[in-house]
Design a protein around this ligand. Structure first.
Ligand code: CP
Length: 317
């Protein structure tokens, strides 16, 4: 297995099966620290730099919380407008990262341009973690989701997945690549104007993913063990910021998970994931049903980032 020490986490494309399990093993080992709300000194000599060119609640703060739980320091920015990359200078990724690498030992970057973290990794001498790049990928979120499935269902192989939402979404790309390493049929459901691109379909075939598409969640929810939902009403991920103006559309029934749908059609032991934030695709009355696991997913988001930071910083091998 390739070592994680010093490694960038940019994509789940060509992330090997045994590497997934190595990350899950590290997460399981570190989980009691977060569960018991303790801080340790595993990364006390290290500093995380957060470089967020797009809004985030979970990804940035989960990485920061993870670093603090492991005893490390955190610096960085959550709005590039207050940096030289976001003002008159429009400082390049190369010039910015050539500074940031002296301010810490690992960078987590979110950017509105697909490939920006890859560009940063080209120039950086420290590991770069992709916290979401445009419509590109969101590897740490899907690692979190797979870890949640493992914890909640006891296995990943052999489970039927349904993924609902905007198929241009970066999580869907990381999920598709990850599925190449597991024995999991997956059905994608999204609006026609947000459907899987031909290029991505070709990649799924190239990687032997067992995938299909459906039009309405009602058609397939009865067979699902894992139901992963993302919004179809959402901002443009290629913009640094997309403010809401006026009323927003409602989610059509095809892409919505209601309590009634779960009670009448879902397997009683299926689990429902949503990386959040949500619009109306999962109404709040679903939160207290036995299917919902998005709060566990949020907790696991910290644990997963603890594992990734410890691994790439060489404190776990
Ligand atoms: N799930 C997720 O990426 O959330 P944030 O946009 O809040 O980071």
């Amino acid at each position: 297995m390739r070592s994680f020490a010093g490694r960038d986490i940019l994509s789940l494309k060509e992330f090997e099966r045994n590497e997934f399990f190595r990350v899950f093993e590290a997460a399981e080992k570190l989980e009691p620290i977060a569960r018991n709300r303790r801080n340790t000194d595993i990364l006390k000599e290290k500093t995380l730099v957060t470089a967020f060119y797009q809004p985030s609640t979970r990804t940035r703060l989960a990485h920061e919380a993870a670093m603090i739980r492991l005893g490390g320091q955190v610096t960085g920015f959550s709005d590039a407008k207050n940096t030289r990359a976001g003002d008159f200078y429009q400082e390049s990724i190369k010039d910015t990262i050539k500074m940031l690498e002296f301010y810490g030992d690992v960078v987590v970057m979110r950017h509105f341009q697909q490939g920006a973290p890859h560009e940063a990794a080209k120039w950086a001498s420290i590991p770069i973690i992709n916290g979401g790049d445009g419509w590109g990928e969101h590897p740490t979120q899907i690692l979190t989701d797979l870890y949640t499935v493992l914890r909640e269902k006891g296995r990943i192989d052999g489970l039927n997945w349904v993924a609902i939402g905007d198929m241009r979404m970066r999580t869907m790309h990381s999920l598709g690549y990850a599925m190449s390493q597991f024995d999991c049929p997956i059905t994608f459901i999204g609006p026609e104007d947000m459907s899987l691109t031909d290029d991505f379909k070709a990649e799924l075939n190239q990687y032997s993913v067992n995938w299909s598409e459906a039009e309405h969640v009602e058609q397939v929810i009865g067979d699902a063990d894992v139901i992963l939902v993302e919004p179809v009403v959402q901002p443009d991920y290629t913009k640094s910021r997309d403010e809401r103006s006026g009323d927003v559309a409602m989610t059509p029934a095809n892409y919505k998970i209601t309590r009634e749908l779960l009670e009448t059609k879902a397997k009683s032991d299926a689990i429902l994931l949503h990386s959040l934030p949500r619009m109306d695709e999962i109404p709040p009355d679903v939160d207290i049903t036995r299917w919902s696991r998005y709060w566990q997913e949020a907790f696991n988001g910290v644990v997963m980032r603890m594992a990734l930071l410890a691994l790439v910083l060489g404190e776990m091998e």
